[in-house]
Design a protein around this ligand. Structure first.
Ligand code: CU
Length: 217
C-alpha cells in the first residue's frame, strides 16, 4: 500500500467514524434517556397571608427532603423521566379558567392520574382497617366546577406546546413527562385563583405563589 492510499483509508475511517459518533450523540440528545425518574413534588396550600390589602392567597410549594421550598424557581433535569406529584389542599371552583387549560397537555399518554378520595375506602371493613384501592384514574380534563389550579409551563415542548396539568379540588395527582430542551421557562397557574382577575397584585402576579421560573438543566 502506498502512503497516499494509506492516508486515504485513515481519513475515511476518521470521517465515517466521526459521522457515526455524531449520529449516536445526536440520537442520544434527541431521545429521552431514562436513568431513573426524577421526583418533582408540588404542594398547593390555600389561605396564606399575602398583605393587608390582598389578604389571603393560595401558593405552590416544592416539597423536597421533607421540607417545603419556594416555588419561585422550580428546577428539573433535562432528558430524564419526571414523576410529577401535586398535592392540592385547595378547593375550586375555577370558573373563568380558559377552557384550553382545563385539558391535560404534554404528559405521557396525555393524562394525569387522580388519586383522590375514591382511592381509599375505609368504610367497607368495619374493623378499622383501611383498604387502599389502587385505582388511580387517568383523566384528560377537569371541569371548571372542579378545577382549583393548573400547573402550566408554556412552550416547554416547543412553540405552542405547553405542559398543562389541571389540578382538581383537594386532589392528589400524578403525571409523567420529559423535558428535553434546556433553558429557563415560565410556570404559572391559569385558574383565576388569587386576587381578582386582572389584578397586578397577589398570587397570580407574584413569583413563588402562582407563578415563577421553571428551569430545565
Ligand atoms: Cu392557582
Amino acid at each position: 500500500m502506498n502512503e497516499k492510499a494509506f492516508y486515504s483509508i485513515v481519513i475515511a475511517i476518521v470521517v465515517v467514524g466521526g459521522i457515526g459518533v455524531g449520529i449516536a450523540y445526536n440520537h442520544q440528545g434527541s431521545t429521552p434517556v431514562s436513568t431513573g425518574a426524577y421526583n418533582l413534588d408540588l404542594v398547593i396550600i390555600p389561605g396564606l397571608y399575602f398583605n393587608s390589602t390582598v389578604t389571603s392567597q393560595p401558593a405552590y410549594f416544592v416539597l423536597e427532603n421533607g421540607t417545603l421550598h419556594s416555588s419561585a424557581n422550580i428546577s428539573i433535569p433535562s432528558n430524564r423521566l419526571i414523576d410529577l406529584t401535586i398535592f392540592d389542599y385547595d378547593s375550586g371552583p375555577g370558573y373563568g379558567t380558559p377552557l384550553v387549560y382545563t385539558n391535560v397537555s404534554g404528559t405521557i399518554g396525555g393524562v394525569v392520574y387522580v388519586l383522590n378520595k375514591t382511592m381509599i375506602n375505609a368504610t367497607n371493613s368495619g374493623t378499622g382497617s383501611i383498604n387502599i384501592l389502587n385505582n388511580s384514574i387517568p383523566i384528560k380534563n377537569i371541569s371548571e366546577a372542579n378545577i382549583a389550579h393548573t400547573f402550566t409551563v408554556p412552550n416547554l415542548f416547543g412553540t405552542g406546546k405547553d405542559l398543562n396539568v389541571p389540578v382538581g379540588t383537594q386532589m392528589v395527582e400524578f403525571a409523567q413527562f420529559y423535558a428535553n430542551v434546556t433553558g429557563n421557562y415560565s410556570w404559572m397557574c391559569n385558574v383565576p385563583c388569587g386576587s381578582g382577575p386582572g389584578s397586578l397584585e397577589g398570587a397570580m402576579a407574584t413569583p413563588g405563589w402562582m407563578m415563577g421560573t421553571f428551569i430545565v438543566s
